[in-house]
Design a protein around this ligand. Structure first.
Ligand code: MN
Ligand code: MN
Length: 463
């Protein structure tokens, strides 16, 4: 463990750290899903003069240094570019974070009634410990798209006056058998059903005879959102913990929030990208969906949407040859901005103490993620890491290099390998997290600040 970075700060740093913490709590409280991150980010960038790539293609507008462009991919991922002074074929400096987080998704036929309780049936998304999701206040976020294309936004459980929903658990008095099960079986996936109501429709109302509680919920949904039961077939409703991010710790040195993996890096990347603005190199910030389930799908990092966006931008810069794309990619630098598992003294046995990341030791670099013998990792090049070290030291950024747990224990993946496969220089770099993938995760404000400083330095000074 290095020196605690709080010891190195002057009064002015402390002000900045706490202010950044306040901005972060607002952002993450209002951006719990990938759709909400995209919507809120687009609202932010519009005031910076970003323009939609599609409009620029239609207008056949030539791009010039300083131009700011965004690509909204299906409302669930976002790519941003600021054209630099130098030829784009010399490469870009790219920050990439993911904006999806573990959660429960409603199934396509979610609504049912059992013993006069109305429930939503769910399918969990990403790696969760299922037992953590019971007896918590939960909120519903998402969209219902009707056949005519009308989109209804759903956000229930976050406002002070909103109701919340949740999953029940067995009382300890009757829990003897349950408590003997292994933790992965204590609560099983099919039991993650959300209790949403108990009040029946009056029998004479609307001629319904049975499932009166469920029908009452349907009546409510129709009144409030003009949706029918069938509309759940084309809906994406995500169940997240309800409530806002909070200062954590009596000294307010930490933040507790849902979805910090990886919105803490999405927030700091976006903020750094906007703050730095135009550079010598073209800069880019990618906020992608689906990392938690393998970066698949049209909105995940494995989709061609990002390369297509680069091709279109190159073309608007007058570079119509395919070779441009390969030159841009192979000359580019990227930080895969993703969180790291911070050392937790309560679970010290899974970490190699000399190669772990620590709270308040700065932004965390991870040369390789993967698992058991570096399998599936991108393993960043030493030459690349040396360049980054130099930039960070020049900019007084506190950083540490870590592995993700002991070598034989586990591991994990990020989006790093995907761009690395396209010959981009990539390394993982982000904020240490405690209780990762739990409904409420914890980060340190000093680490958030150092990540922000790191991303700014990288965009500005990596050559
Ligand atoms: Mn992550
Ligand atoms: Mn994750």
């Amino acid at each position: 463990m290095k020196e605690n970075v709080w010891n190195t700060y002057e009064e002015e740093d402390l002000k900045k750290i706490y202010q950044l913490g306040e901005d972060y709590k607002i952002f993450i409280s209002n951006s719990k899903t990938e759709r909400e991150v995209v919507e809120n980010s687009i609202n932010i960038i519009k005031s910076y003069g970003f323009r939609d790539l599609r409009e620029m293609i239609e207008e056949k507008k030539s791009l010039v240094p300083g131009d700011k462009i965004y690509v909204n991919n299906k409302e669930k991922s976002l790519a941003l570019f600021i054209i630099g002074e130098e030829d784009i074929e010399k490469g870009m400096n790219i920050l990439g974070a993911h904006i999806d987080s573990p959660r429960l998704d409603l199934k396509a036929t979610p609504l049912y009634e059992d013993t006069s309780f109305a429930y939503f049936d769910t399918h969990y998304y990403g790696g969760i410990k299922k037992y953590q999701w019971v007896t918590l206040p939960l909120a519903l976020h998402g969209v219902v798209v009707k056949k005519d294309g009308t989109k209804v936004s759903i956000n229930i459980g976050e406002r002070e006056t909103d109701p919340v929903v949740g999953i029940t658990d067995l009382l300890p008095h009757l829990g003897e058998k349950q408590m003997k099960k292994e933790a992965s079986k204590v609560i099983e996936g099919e039991d993650l059903d959300i209790l949403i109501g108990t009040r029946p429709l009056k029998k004479e109302e609307e001629g319904k005879e049975e499932d009166l509680v469920k029908n009452n919920i349907l009546k409510l949904l129709k009144e409030l959102y003009k949706i029918e039961e069938e509309d759940f077939l084309s809906a994406e409703i995500e169940v997240t913990p309800a409530g806002k991010a909070k200062d954590f710790g009596l000294d307010r040195s930490m933040v507790m929030a849902y979805g910090q993996d990886d919105k803490v890096c999405a927030f700091t990347s976006l903020k750094a990208f906007l703050k730095v603005g135009q550079c010598k190199k073209t800069t880019s910030c990618i906020l992608v969906d689906k990392e938690e389930i393998g970066s698949v799908g049209s909105t995940g990092m494995q989709s061609t949407f990002y390369e297509n966006a680069i091709l279109e931008i190159a073309s608007l810069l007058g570079k119509k040859e395919l070779t441009s794309l390969s030159r841009i990619l192979s000359n580019s630098n990227m930080l895969s901005s993703d969180v790291n598992a911070a050392y937790d003294p309560l679970y010290s046995d899974v970490m190699d103490k000399r190669n772990a990341s620590y709270f308040n030791n700065g932004v965390v670099f991870c040369k390789y993620t993967g698992s058991r013998g570096k399998y599936d990792s991108n393993d960043a090049n030493a030459e690349y890491i040396a360049k980054i070290r130099n930039v960070l030291d020049q900019n007084n950024v506190h950083f540490q290099i870590s592995e993700l747990g002991k070598v034989d224990i586990g591991g994990g993946g990020t989006i790093a390998y995907i761009l690395a496969n396209k010959n981009v220089n990539v390394i993982d770099c982000g904020v240490g997290v405690l209780s990762m993938h739990a409904p409420w995760e914890v980060t340190s404000k000093s680490d958030i600040y150092e990540a922000y400083k790191c991303y700014k330095a990288f965009l500005k000074d990596m050559d």
